[in-house]
Design a protein around this ligand. Sequence first.
Ligand SMILES: *Cc1c(COP(=O)(O)O)cnc(C)c1O
Length: 462
Amino acid sequence: MKKLKKRSWAEPWKIKVVEPIKMITKAEREKAMKEAGYNTFLLKSKDVYIDLLTDSGTNAMSDNQWAGMMIGDEAYAGSKNFYYLWDNVKKYYGFPYFVPTHQGRAAEHIISQIMIKPGDFIPGNMYFTTTKLHQELAGGTFVDVIIDEAHDPESEHPFKGNVDLQKFKDLIKKVGAKKIPYVSIAGPVNMAGGQPFSISNLKQVKKIADKHGIKLWLDATRITENAYFVKERERGYKSKSISDIILEICSYFDGIWVSAKKDLMVNIGGFLATRNKKVFEQARNMVVVYEGLHTYGGLAGRDMEAMARGIEEMVNYDNIHARVGQVEYCGTKLEEFGIPMVKPFGGHAIFLDAKRFLPHIKQDEFPAQTLAAEIYIDSGVRGMERGVVSAGRDKKTGKHHYPKLELVRLTFPRRVYTQAHIDVTVESVAEVFSLRKSIKGLKMIYEPKYLRFFQARFKKIK
Ligand SMILES: *Cc1c(COP(=O)(O)O)cnc(C)c1O
């Protein structure tokens, strides 16, 4: 008789509403991919079977969040949902001041404009696309100070999101602390493969920053996943709650910006929060120029209600355990087929290592872009490129940045797909892997000026 080695876990919810999906034929998928210029961002969602493009705004809200939508107070000024959300930001992130925005990048825009002067340098634990762009548009230069292990897909370091203290000190020495308005920390680090930072590293960064009068700002978009990894991996945190860990992390920062489309499990929303009254007052003034009055920031009252309730759900251990558990389930299955991936598995996504998957395709011919297109053609599963296309061009030389990591991200929306969807995805990646030698690269035929990965178009190399 078969003996159980370990017991399974299951999601802490059941399904009440379903949205039908359908797989179109292979010939139709080939045509759709060609028409989309081999860019998965340009596919029509009706042509996608399992959508792992992003976990941004694609989450399933709970019955409690949907119920909250019905009590939206759509007053132009002073909506009650705004005050409830503000209370929850204070309670769960620990900041007294709060400004809502329509998305995360709107908060990034405001923070960057307030904090950065032309000629400044902003050190960070690897870049994020929209974060870096807003820092550059404000006249700053982003400097990557993440540890070297983050650039190595095979390193099993438990905290690949950590800052390299020496790199940080070297930058202070080189440009002077006066030219560094803040350190820009994110966790888990998306571009490194969803890798967390540790609290002990954060404390050391804070010590150096304090010594030089440099502030710390946090991209807290995915902070729940980082807190989960701290609980699992960092000594001294096993018995702490997710909520306590988030509060501790935030206590080291002057402020945060957040895309609510991730951890908060809503379809739209963002905010910034800070303990700095001066920054708050400037931000509250800027938001009326770019977003809307400071009590709605580009959002409807009902959106703010769903966000407030989402914060209460995001800190639930069973929820975050199931989320990260689904990513781990997918990674473990792919490993059985020998698929090259970034290790350890990330908090929100599996990152396929396109350099090792398609070693015969040069980085100039976009291996990750190619792989994402091939997986879609095989099964209608949509992932996205996180490699040379996402990295963009050097501001000065105009040449491509060639990141060490050339990845395809398969991202899991929260509470959306079942284990069977994951099995279908794994089998598709395995099928493409078995045919990899016959796959050819791509040529870029259209390139927009900003954030080119969203809209660039490609053609197959014959
Ligand atoms: C999504 C995201 C952003 C940008 O937020 P939007 O809501 O998409 O504008 C910024 N930082 C991180 C880490 C993100 O994941």
